[in-house]
Write a new protein. Sequence first.
Length: 318
Amino acid sequence: MRSDEGGRRMPTTGRDRRPPPKRAPAEPNGQRFGAHMSIAGGLERAFEAGLTAGCDCMQIFVKNQRQWSAGPLSDETVERFRAAAGETGIGPVIAHATYLINLASPDAVLRRRSVAALSDELRRCARLGVPFLVVHPGAHMGAGVASGIARIISSLNAVHRRVDEGVEVLLETTAGQGSSIGHEVEHLARIIDGVREPRRLGVCVDTCHVFAAGYDLRKAKGYAQLADELDRLIGVDRVRCLHVNDSKGACGSRLDRHEHIGRGRIGRVGFSHILNDARFTQVPRILETPKGMDGRGRDWDRENLRRLRSLVTSTDRR
């Protein structure tokens, strides 16, 4: 069936029928590589774009990320999304919360809106079958890190009271721009330790962010420092997603500017450390690099995914 301009269901003609979508390729050792995909034209359209780019997992927004709220998901939308997930084999699908959310804000009104928005997005994820929702911890806006972390804990507890379990919130590492919280692994550990239901939280590690925050991924010692802090303070099993982005800024610059793989300051050697760490083999690797075509007319998502896959040293890879 298809819909006319008024949204009415109409029979599908032979000319409207599309061939069954291709399925995402199986990766060696169960590894998954993907990118953030647009939901323009419908949530399910992200799967088609993902296949074209060469994704076998992906990240999306579950609503317009520039708005605080959106209308409820229709049963038809949910059905189309779940059908596309099953047909393409792309998964897991990870959601990213709107950037408007600030769980650490000293402004009580903004914090209440943030709690409501995060709660709504978790419910949307549950309906769609999306298991993880990435969120930036928040910015203290001059109130100080300790006060900001206390507000994040309080906000997350409020979200957990509103929403049933089922979708895990992933706290993303940050670059440390402005008053943002999360550029030190210890920040995330304090949040997780402070909430009433820590089992409902995980972590998303962004390579650009941790590099800009001062973890030098280019050197074995610098990467070992990051991995050790994650394991000692949080537990590597809490790392549910990797955002694999090169960095325009230097190590320790606190500059949150993503670059294409191998064209930034991290470089191929830096990515090889985390991509070949056996502790993260099963963790989805998601690109958030600039979209478009390179100088040779190649899609940048596809090219960046190719570069990442080429850095995996595995006897199973051909």
